[in-house]
Design a binder for this molecule. Structure first.
Ligand code: HSE
Length: 307
């Protein structure tokens, strides 16, 4: 039976996974957005936000509206959608806030329409929302949000997504309350990289994927290095080096910037280590008077779930 309305839990995601700029990402359990979608008898889009992030509710200016409009055009629908969103993933956090809205819209619409689309097609529609938010068509947050676990976006044109097996690791993510817009964090990146850095990065990405597929956590740890993006972006993130250094001393396998920042994430084998790292992160930000939210969770294997 086709549902007329649906409630979704849409998870945050950590993109890049340190060395996989624009190609790797994983879903986590917290924070998550709540979305309610229902079919309307007229071909209109109504959006309401229950959060106070000041996001536009006009369909053409909202990530959700842009994705739904694409789906409506594609299917030549005579009906429309009403969407109520309670975002808990703060925009500009580096935890895939715009991707969650875009992915939730595509996923929810698909269920309401009787699931005519495959996961790659949902990613395809959701990319239009990400493009509105950040100015670029990257799918490294959207893919794990929809598929769950860790995903590789082998190519975004044409779209080629490979869901990977996910090791049973803990993720600690801290979101310091400073805003970094993805568009700004992309503009500061260098367009060219020296060949020796490219070779190091290729080694790390290959090592990371091999580590994930073989469940070799030490190889994962040895591969979590980024010589291309992190040196430029980490300058924007207060306490980045201190948190990274202290977390690794505490036993983290490794970690780095979550998406385009300012959030930082670390991977650990054990819950106790992940929780100690959470304390270190909070402590570092308290020292400089920056408010922060910290999340400890396993890798989220399900992605978006229907409530
Ligand atoms: N891959 C993207 C970036 C993720 O790092 O700019 C942010 O949305």
């Amino acid at each position: 039976m086709i549902k007329k309305e649906i409630q979704l839990k849409v998870p945050a995601t950590v993109a890049n996974l340190v060395c996989g700029f624009d190609i790797l990402g994983m879903a986590i359990h917290e924070p998550y957005d709540e979305m309610e979608l229902r079919l309307l008898s007229d071909p209109i889009i109504k959006i309401k936000h229950l959060d106070d992030f000041g996001l536009p509710e006009k369909a053409e200016k909202n990530v959700v509206g842009v994705v739904l409009r694409k789906i409506m055009e594609h299917t030549q629908m005579k009906q429309g959608f009403e969407v109520i969103i309670k975002k808990n993933i703060k925009p500009g956090s580096g935890l895939g806030s715009s991707a969650a809205s875009a992915a939730g819209a595509a996923f929810g619409a698909n269920v309401l329409l009787g699931k005519p689309f495959s996961y790659p097609q949902l990613v395809y529609f959701a990319i239009y929302g990400e493009e509105l938010a950040s100015g670029t068509r990257h799918a490294d947050n959207i893919a794990p949000c929809i598929y769950g676990g860790i995903t590789l976006v082998k190519s975004s044109r044409p779209l080629d997504i490979i869901p990977l097996t996910s090791p049973d690791l803990l993720v600690t993510a801290v979101h310091p309350q400073v805003e970094i817009k993805t568009s700004d964090a992309r503009q500061i990146l260098k367009n060219k990289i020296p060949l020796k850095d490219a070779v190091t990065q290729w080694g790390n990405i290959a090592g990371l994927i091999t580590g994930i597929l073989k469940n070799d956590v030490d190889l994962i740890g040895r591969s979590l290095n980024d010589v291309v993006i992190e040196p430029t972006r980490s300058i924007l993130i207060p306490k980045f080096s201190e948190i990274k250094e202290k977390s690794i001393l505490e036993g983290a396998l490794g970690g780095g910037i979550s998406g385009s920042g300012p959030s930082i994430f670390m991977l650990s084998k054990k819950k106790e280590t992940a929780e100690k790292i959470a304390k270190i992160m909070c402590e570092e930000y308290r020292k400089i008077g920056v408010r922060q939210y910290v999340y400890v969770s396993k890798i989220n294997q399900q992605g978006i779930t229907i409530l």
